[in-house]
Design a protein around this ligand. Sequence first.
Ligand code: HEM
Length: 245
Amino acid sequence: MDAEIGRWSAAIIRMADVMMTDEQKQDARDGLIHFKAYLKEQIIIRRKNPGDTLMDMAIRALDDGTMSEDETLINLLSMVIAGHETTVSLLSSGLYLLLKNPEAMTKLRSDRSHMKTAIEEFMRIEPGGNMILRIAKSDYDVAGTTIPAGELVMGLIGATNRDSNKFSNPDQFDITRSPNAQLTFGGGPHVCIGASLARLETDIAFSSLLDSFSSIELAGTPEWRLDRVNARGLKNLPITLEHKS
Ligand code: HEM
């Protein structure tokens, strides 16, 4: 089932991409149907044995009429999808950044107090989600150009994260960079609800990696997924690991 959820998530997350083929659109629609059906079954199972998880809270909101069935399914589904591929990409891109910058890997290994700033820097350099999409509610002026009401606006996170007015040496990877006001989790009312969880997961993953392995090396040329505009991430990252004795 985990593999199926992974496959549905990967297909559905493509809906946020502006470069979709008809086949991918169909995969996303199919993924949505399967995922919703799976969640409906899970809701029935969970109702028999209620607990205190986020899913139980959503079921209570469904049962007391706070959310409709579709709202409940979409909220649950968004939580899994928004939190799955994004974090997977951050883990692999962050590791690749360290592998490309061995002095940074050594620094982090020898002084874990750099972990928090390192994670912010992984996100600044490799935001994963490349763009935030909005529709202008009214005419809006940006540096002399008017965006007319009703137009689609793409906020390019990767570009803002390397804005030289905001960051010194923006193309330089620096695990001690502070302050680091990267916009990888977006901003405003829809700022990522899972930001703290993603930071925590990344901290745990990198701490465990560095604790468990005395050496982590690149074992080939990694490949990026080149078939999408949004959701940038690695297709594979060949590495060799040496266990600590
Ligand atoms: C590195 C990991 C992550 C990245 C880069 C990321 C990025 C983002 C961004 C940019 C947005 C704003 C989208 C917009 O304004 O249109 C967002 C929203 C959201 N994220 Fe994340 N996210 C990550 C992890 C997570 C996790 C772990 C969860 C949940 C478990 C999560 C759940 C959500 C949800 C539900 C929203 C929608 C919030 C709303 O519309 O009010 N995300 N995320």
